[in-house]
Design a protein around this ligand. Sequence first.
Ligand code: NAP
Ligand code: HSE
Length: 447
Amino acid sequence: MVTLWVVNACSSLGIGLAGCGTVGSGVWNTLACNGALITERAGGDFHLHISKILVRDPSKSRDITGQVPDGIFTTDWRALVADPAVHIVVELIGGTGDAFEIVAAALRAGKPVVTGNKALLAERGVELFALSKETQTPIHFEAAVAGGIPIIRIVQDSFIGNRILSFYGIINGTSNYILDRMTEVSLSFEAALAEAQALGYAEAHPALDVNGWDAAHKAILLATLAYGFPIDPASIHVSGIEQVRPADIHFAKTLGYVVKLLAVIREHPDGAVELRIQPSFVAKSSILASVHGVFNAIAVQGDAAGEALFYGRGAGQNPTASAVVADLVEAARSLGQSSGHRGFLPYRESGRMLPVGETSTAYYVRFDVTDRPGVIAEIAGILADHRIGISGTHSPVNPTDPDAEFVDMVFLLHTCPFGKLQAALSKIETLDCVNSCPVVFRIESLG
Ligand code: NAP
Ligand code: HSE
């Protein structure tokens, strides 16, 4: 049954907060600090308060300020959704299992949903947005992409009069933090990841951060909004930062680049949408090279507005809570209005995703080779057979063992379709002198 809430002068609106971890605690604290200000800014129409909190372990100590009413915690999500004192449901538990059930149940009950769960919306958004439309109950998801940067509103509202030609940038704070720490202070990958986890930037399953899928989920949401059709996660190319070694950071520095995990989304003139996530070399002089730590940066190009760049904290407790609270206010304002849909309404049934083999850039390729004469010529010969130009090669002497049997050999390659490079690499891999799969990063000339 769908309930339409009637909002009277200064209604006290109850929030069911599903999840009180990093972001959920931030939402509690932000409302505790700024609740009165929010009510003033809402013209005194409503006051937001958290009336129920769903957690796994109610006995856990939590970093939340002020008095916590007795009985506020529950482990039963059905009770939270069904509670008549809950008018808006905030989903911050993560994952695609219970989170799906909570969001679906809230929509069926006519309770607007606010979520920061990009995995849920990218993987199961088709079902949830259809339910949102059917029940005329909105899903707000500003916190799902780029933490404190209001990029969803920019695409939904500010750029609504534009065809969006492209997005590119850094949309995973954890990866950027790790690469930055490896670059700036030579920290190991593992130590940098541990720091990002301690700072509350990483996902509960940090594999999603380092394998590129957290960025991919966000990119799917951006592309879905921009191009109007649901995007199958299986149709996109995703590669994460797990393969980045100190050697790559070193080569990048030597060659005038910085390694970044980039998202590239672009509509081609024939309507095909390119969407890829991969570690990339960007010039040291580029804007993206100066995006440090947990910061994100997203460039959006509209046909009318031209290019605009958005920069801010892409993860962490307070920036993400800020986005959740903004959505809560919007949800509160639209309570009782059936026209206030803020989720995704597809306006194209389907669209064509550009196969990754047809995407073109220049490349950095690192080979692990046997250190003997003729290796460069053997690799270069196969690249030449595939008509792939070489702009440079580099092979440092191993400083710790100058007599090492194996060395890293780096090739910088001219722009060519990725499919052509893959064909050449599958031949190169069969050479006796090549010891493991080559590592490929894009060289991007964006920004
Ligand atoms: P988190 O710190 O791991 O917190 C998760 C919370 O959900 C905890 O309070 C946990 O309870 C509760 N929970 C998890 N599974 C549950 C279940 N099945 N039933 C009941 N309670 C459950 O996660 P987070 O970092 O706050 O992230 C939450 C969501 O926000 C995720 O979707 C994430 O992708 C998204 N997000 C996070 C960030 C960020 O910077 N961290 C930024 C943007 C978006 P206990 O406390 O009892 O364990
Ligand atoms: N783990 C995510 C990140 C959180 O590091 O970007 C923000 O979505």
